[in-house]
Ligand binder design. Sequence first.
Ligand code: EPU
Length: 421
Amino acid sequence: MKYLKIIGQKKLSGEIRISGAKNAALPLLASTILSKNTINIGNMPDVVDTNTFLKLLNNLGSAGKRDQNTIRVNTLNINETKATYDIVKTMRASILVLGPLLTRFGYCEVSLPGGCAIGQRPVDLHLKALEAMGAIIEIKNGYIEARCQEGLKGADIVFDKVTVGGTENTIMAAALAKGTTRIINAAKEPEIVQLCEVLKEAGLDIKGIGSSEITIIGTNRKLLEFKDFDIIPDRIEAGTYLCAGAIANAKLKITHIMPNHLSAVISKLEEMNFEIIKEKTSLTILPTTSIKPVNIITSEYPGFPTDMQAQFMALATQGEGTSTIDERLFENRYMHVSELVRMGADIHLNGNIASIHGKKGNLSATDVMATDLRASSALVLAALVAKGETNIHRIYHLDRGYEDLEGKLKRIGADVSRHNE
Ligand code: EPU
């Protein structure tokens, strides 16, 4: 196993180019199952999860391959409709093939994803939506078996709770259904907006893009003709590097982004006393004399993203005073707390609410363990300001979602290296 060694307190400055969004890429790769032609997808982040998804599609019979940051894929010859445990256990987002496989082939099996480090993460809302569209679903031997011999039928779907993956699966299922589907209380994340836009470009009649009510007129199993497209920039990677600039008190320019996707993150950084220069496709964070404490409640987009909670916690450890974070989306997304405490942070948990008693310069280096993707990035941020040498173990979590993390950090002056255990 590999670990990252970071020697903290180096002076950072410069520019970081942001990669394509992992969480846009995964549903978009799933959506290629709805296509009758070859598609070139550019700005595809070269991270473990997108490569695993490509492998999943190829296991089903697709012809897909990566050439640097482009994936070229054709799913016309899919001859297998089972997403097996060995892949699903490594990547929960594999559940995103459920809607497109079912709507195209009328039958599929997907291994039931289990819980993960951040919570139970059930998929009941995905299944309920498909059932409302006429699917017969059974759970057998750990697999979701779904069938709809006559194809799916449009329906009104009202989500009890906003779900990103559930909304994506339903949109893709509705694309080839017969009739009109209305998704009410749909998620509004930029990644969902791009999925809708790509499908619209491919000829799908879809309205309400970016709103909480999406209407789709299905094609009755006629495959779509996709155009080539580029993945949108990764707003969470961008937010993570803004926090790197903030915690290291550096001037850092984050480029190739869509700043409007980061409004909630920018506004919290401003509350913390950072000045941010906004340009059309970049943001520059400037150093500050003191970091103010902040109160954060995670919520669905456009609210403050749960995927940025851990990074802000690392930053708040350097604030002057007590910050609070209220995690409302996942029940167990505080695995980084005990590791930050081991580095000297003063953090107390009360249920879902974390109180972070900040003090500049209170972090010291040690060996820490990465537990999930975003928790790992919080440890990287903490290591950038800790005194001494931090070793972050189990970095395969980071490799799932951050493209060339070491390269990007090294180019701005950080002392980061990768080693074998
Ligand atoms: N939920 C249910 N039932 C369902 C689906 C979701 O109860 O059927 C619950 C979840 O347990 C959770 C909440 O609803 O409490 C929100 O879950 P959601 O379905 O929105 O999340 P997801 O689709 O599983 C995506 C991202 C996550 C991100 C969340 C929230 C991808 C591949 N993953 O997950 O990203 O945290 O939305 O924004 O898009 C990450 O990138 O590190 C990551 C975990």
